[in-house]
Design a protein around this ligand. Structure first.
Ligand code: AMP
Ligand code: MN
Ligand code: MN
Length: 315
């Protein structure tokens, strides 16, 4: 059931014990939104914790409290008045959903592809980031932002907007970020931390990008990372930023081997609806940034995604 921001704020304010979670393959917005709200709730005297069923990439070490994010332990049960699922629909939270007994479940998201399965859902696809929603949510609770919470929320807003460059960046996005900077967040520190890579990671990316392929008269640029190359491409962060700049490209993507017969596809566009393509394969996202998982042989998966993109380009 869709609810308003004010209703969501009331649910959050009414809960005493809160568990926050988000999607697997954590990004700045998933970690920032859960951790930031955790800080706020603790500052209100509530019992709040974050459970995420994945490793947290080390770039998020800059976020205060990140070491307190826990992965649900095998067979463990967790209880709470409220489970808040941030930046994703319920089904992509790994083992968390089944491990938590919560009186109520609230989903807070900005993905246009959200399946709306949650008991209570506050969805705003006009917001660039779930962290931008969190900013409004806390304002709706008449709350202020500690530097810890502000740092987390700023990070999610910055990363989901490509540091305020993508088309989802609005005056509201900038105003929220400006308020968070006013509290003391240092944009340069967040930017440097988010872009940090090891020498080996940079070199692996360079090798991956050297195998870049162009399709559809240069309208599509793609990098295919097979099982062999996936071993050293330990981070895909930033690869698509390198492809996006190629003149004439409409859609850029990578397909990366995950496990046998399973590949992750991540797409970016300059207007082509890539979320529709992703949804066709059980994935989702936003019009200009979406992802999905493909199965089968590498060559089949490559053909399949290329055909789907070609079809969308010609719509
Ligand atoms: P990424 O390419 O992984 O940065 O993801 C781009 C956008 O698509 C993000 O908003 C993701 O949450 C979303 N997304 C990526 N993969 C999936 C998936 N398998 N299912 C649903 N949404 C996804
Ligand atoms: Mn996310
Ligand atoms: Mn997001």
């Amino acid at each position: 059931m869709k609810i308003t921001l004010e209703e969501a704020a009331r649910m959050v304010a009414d809960a005493q014990t809160v568990i926050l979670t988000s999607h697997i393959r954590p990004d700045g917005d998933s970690v920032g939104s859960t951790l930031g709200l955790m800080h706020y709730l603790r500052e209100q005297g509530k019992d709040a914790r974050v459970l995420i069923d994945d490793e947290i990439p080390r770039i998020f070490g800059v976020l205060p409290g990140v070491e307190q994010i826990a992965r649900p332990a095998e067979g463990a049960r967790y209880t709470a008045d409220l489970l808040i699922v941030c930046d994703v629909e319920l089904k992509r939270t790994g083992a968390v959903l089944d491990a938590v007994d919560a009186v109520r479940v609230l989903n807070i998201d900005h993905h246009v592809t959200n399946d709306e399965e949650a008991e209570y859902l506050y969805l705003n696809p006009d917001d660039a980031a779930t962290c931008e929603i969190m900013y409004d949510l806390i304002r709706a609770m008449d709350g202020g932002f500690s530097l810890d919470a502000a740092t987390c929320f700023y990070t999610g807003i910055a990363t989901d907007t490509g540091f305020f460059r993508f088309s989802n960046t609005t005056p509201h996005t900038m105003r929220a970020a400006a308020d968070l900077i006013e509290i003391g967040v240092k944009p340069n520190i967040i930017a440097v931390a988010m872009e940090m890579k090891s020498y080996d990671e940079v070199m692996a990316q360079v090798r991956a990008i050297r195998n870049l392929e162009m399709f559809y008269d240069g309208r599509v640029a793609a990098v295919f990372i097979d099982e062999e190359r996936a071993k050293d491409v330990t981070t895909t962060e930033g690869i698509l930023d390198k492809l996006r700049v190629i003149e004439g490209t409409q859609v850029v993507f990578f397909m990366k081997w995950l496990e046998p017969d399973t590949y992750r596809v991540s797409m970016r566009s300059k207007g082509t609806n890539v979320s529709r393509i992703a949804q066709g394969f059980g994935g989702g996202g936003h019009i200009r940034a979406a992802g999905c998982t493909l199965h089968g042989s590498f060559d089949e998966a490559k053909k399949t995604i290329l055909a789907a993109i070609g079809e969308e380009l010609n719509r």
